[in-house]
Design a protein around this ligand. Sequence first.
Ligand code: FA5
Length: 535
Amino acid sequence: MGGTNTKATADELTATEKRVLLALGEERGEWNQKTLSEKTDINEDAVMQTAFMLAQKGLCEINEWEKNYYRLTAEGVVYYAQRLPERRGLDLLIDREEATFEELKNAFPDEAEANISTNWLLRKGWARIEEKEGEKFLTPTGNTSWIPPEVPKDRYSRVGVDEEILRIARDAGDIEENILLSRLKERIPEIKDRSIKSFLGDLVGKRDLLERYTIVERRISITGVGKEILSQGISVEEEIAQLTPELIRTGSWKGRKFKRYDVNLSSKETFAAKIHPYQRILDRMRRIFTEMGFTEIKGELVQSAFWNFDALFVPQDHPARDMQDTFYLATRKRIEASEELIKNVKQMHEHGGSLNSTGWGGEWRKELGEELLLRTHTTAITLGYLASHSEPPVKVFCIDRVYRRETIDATHIPEFDQLEGIVMDRGVTFSNLLGCLLTFYKKMGFPSIRFRPGYFPYTEPSVEVEVYMPARGWIELGGAGVFREEVTNPMGVKYPVLAWGLGIGRLAMISLGLTDIRDLYHSDMDWLRNARGFR
Ligand code: FA5
């Protein structure tokens, strides 16, 4: 860094940064959090924060490493004071030359501790089990130490390395691993580090007498650039960090130095409340259709089979009407339509009414039309509107929930939303329909969609709209077509009706980068916070 640059940096330092830099520049050379805090009289957290700021500016260097520490657990403290249960057990055995399990048990305050004593007596090879006349005894083996093979037994006859470790830890309070190792080696120079670690492992893991914890230690030292700034001389002036009404009123801010803002610092991420990404997509769709001159309509969730199917020229034996596909209510209701419309629909189904159509043939049964169901598509809603608005022009849309008995998978759920729309006017054509859908999807951010020939009982011609998704290939987004005369004629509609019903869930799933439609309904906070979508 050149001279002019470092000068500029010196000017940008806060008073606290200057104080810390001055301390770092003193002879001692290396500091840790604690010593630097004591030297500067700034608390440890703040001093580290400042050191990090200085490090970011290249003025100091922070080295970090982890250190293991040990201290006795509560049980460790008790066992240390009373000696380990197996040591107490051994003394008893030596005293009496042998003892039954029962006798050993009676020497301890509880059974658990007696068991610990027995287990470790056997494990350490201090006692063995002998049987005399059907009764079991514990007898001492003569071993009284617990040391690894590299340590000569005769020199450490009554030493347990674990006991030594507990003693050192008790004396030290909290002890760093390397210090513990070296203290133990002062006592038993022959012992290897590997053995000590295995004893420590037992005391921490198996016996819970010692606790191991890690502390991050830091060494902070000034860099060459830092020294250069100091060599130019810096003075610590108190700075105003926050402008208060008081400072302005009294005018005491005059002539004082203000803390500079670092506009390059990234700010903390905030997660303000916002509208659910899925709702944002619904709102966007509403806006697009409204901009295109459409009016939104609403309708009932419970529909009669007449409006959901019959008026749409869906034959009464169509598989979509099965109980397996549709949720029916247990009740029926008089059809909400004029007698004339019901009669016209009946005639259309039976023989094509006055049109050059054969209809579906057979008898159309009114009672099947009276069955109530949860609407399976929103086409029931636009159709109902059309029936009462038979004069052109009509341009309406509807966004609402529909229900189907579906096997749930990545693209199918039993409750989903559809975006329905119709245009009825003199001279509108199939091309207008495709253009309208293309415009909508383009505005939604899907420039490449494709139309495939489709089939619906109520439209001719019919298409299916598909969009490409790299993870899954082409996905069907919706159906559309021009209503057949078998649908429009009974209602007295004389002009072409363009109609479509688009699945919203699938579109939302693709827009939001999901591959499973079910994820739209999971309240995953991380996803909700970060999901980007329409505003
Ligand atoms: C219909 O519902 C027709 N009423 C659409 C229509 C309206 C055609 C007007 C012609 C004129 P379909 O059953 O294909 O069509 O459903 C339309 C869209 O809803 C599908 O393309 C799909 O995107 C979505 N969809 C269908 N079933 C499910 C489901 N179980 N879960 C999620 N989305 C679904």
